[in-house]
Design a protein around this ligand. Structure first.
Ligand code: PLP
Length: 380
């Protein structure tokens, strides 16, 4: 750091330059984030100094958090759910499994607890395993790239603390057979965490209904991210538990704050993101999200029909606005699309393909232009 500060103009100029090196979302087909809604940005700025880590000082923001949790608990069919706003899916997943492990270990002695997750689980579960010293058992996928129930059953033993189901997998956007997982969890008396970080703001607003939430009695916790399809600002995640016992197992004493206990992973937490989530959810209402999801799904179908014209097909029929495509040499295609046409797309591992996420910033013009560029890359 310099002894003397820089002038405002100089700093703004450096910021502008840095910003110009960032990708604009109009060339991004790989991200599960998008431009936040303008009302979320306004709320974020209004609450910029608010710290939910010491919410006794920020009672107004705390009340907004309670409202957000209440809106999401109702959306996910369990008005009595408890939880808190996290920094996103990773933190929600860590805390859900931490609670699972703590409650399990309170009930029974176990040297090496294990967790059964689908092979399609987000890499945050590898972090979970490392941080919490819980063995990760990866269940294989079926032909539709959803977890195989036989594989899940074969991995459960007396040290299994719980199961994870994905409602909108990162790579394929597929939804695991959560009803079946719920039945297994109930039968085996183990926990079931649902990672709906992406799908939580999609599935309730699709035309076709899908059972993935607390409506299923075996589901004990859910991660849902407002900073993805919820159109809130980053960092906005939410973790909800069916019962207060699970949240209680995360309790830490906080003697020097205005409140005496915390359940969160981080200490200082953004109240701005809480206000942003509140504002955008109130503004959009179910009707607004239904419209957004419907537009994304319409564009997803349009993309698929345009790709058929160039003989490119999905690896699996998309359930939501995530598309995995069968292309020759996906890594090469991806890097050529980036180098020659400035497109950002990603890849799936197994099966190997080209992955596109049709977020609310995607337009029909973007899709037309992308398909034309992909055609060029494939032909040369
Ligand atoms: N879970 C799923 C299904 C995801 O798709 C992602 C991110 O894309 C995460 C968890 C992690 O979320 P975050 O990056 O907000 O921590």
């Amino acid at each position: 750091m310099n002894e003397k500060g820089l002038g405002r103009k100089e700093i703004i100029s450096i910021l502008d330059q840095s910003k110009s090196q960032d990708f604009k979302y109009n060339r991004v087909l790989s991200s599960m984030c998008t431009y936040p809604h303008e009302i979320a940005v306004q709320a974020h700025m209004q609450f910029i100094e608010s710290n939910m880590g010491d919410f006794g000082l920020f009672k107004g923001t705390y009340n907004l958090e309670k409202e957000v949790l209440s809106m999401l608990s109702n959306l996910l069919h369990h008005p009595d759910a408890v939880g808190y706003t996290t920094t996103g899916g990773t933190e929600s997943n860590i805390q859900a499994i931490r609670s699972m492990r703590n409650v399990f270990l309170q009930r029974s002695k176990c040297e090496k607890p294990n967790l059964v997750v689908p092979d399609s689980a987000h890499f945050s579960f590898d972090k979970v395993s490392d941080i919490l010293d819980v063995e990760l058992r990866k269940a294989s996928l079926d032909d539709n790239l959803r977890v195989s129930i036989d594989s899940v059953l074969s991995l459960i033993d007396e040290n299994t603390i719980g199961l994870v189901g994905i409602a909108g997998s990162t790579e394929f956007g597929q939804v695991d057979p959560i009803k079946k997982l719920s039945e297994i969890a109930r039968e085996k008396k183990i926990f079931l965490h649902i990672d709906a970080a992406f799908g939580g703001f999609v599935l309730p607003f699709l035309d076709e209904s899908c059972e993935f939430d607390f409506m299923l009695p075996g589901v004990t916790s859910i991660a849902i991210d407002p900073h993805k399809m919820g159109l809130s600002t980053i960092p906005s995640g939410v973790l909800l538990f069916r019962s207060p016992d699970y949240l209680e197992s995360l309790r830490a004493d906080t003697p020097y704050l205005t409140v005496s206990t915390q359940y969160t992973l981080t200490g200082t937490r953004s109240g701005a993101a809480v206000a942003a989530t509140y504002a955008v959810m109130k503004f959009m209402g179910k009707e607004g999200y239904r419209k957004t999801v419907s537009q994304c799904m319409e564009l997803t179908r349009y993309l698929l029909s345009r790709l058929t014209e160039i003989n490119i097909h999905p690896l699996v029929e998309p359930v939501m606005n995530v598309v995995a495509l069968e292309v020759p040499e996906p890594d090469l295609i991806r890097s050529r699309l980036a180098k020659e046409y400035n497109w950002q797309v990603s890849i799936t591992q197994n099966p190997h393909g080209l992955r596109l996420v049709i977020m609310p910033h995607v337009t029909i013009e973007m899709i037309d232009s992308f398909v034309q560029d992909l055609k060029q890359v494939l032909q040369t």
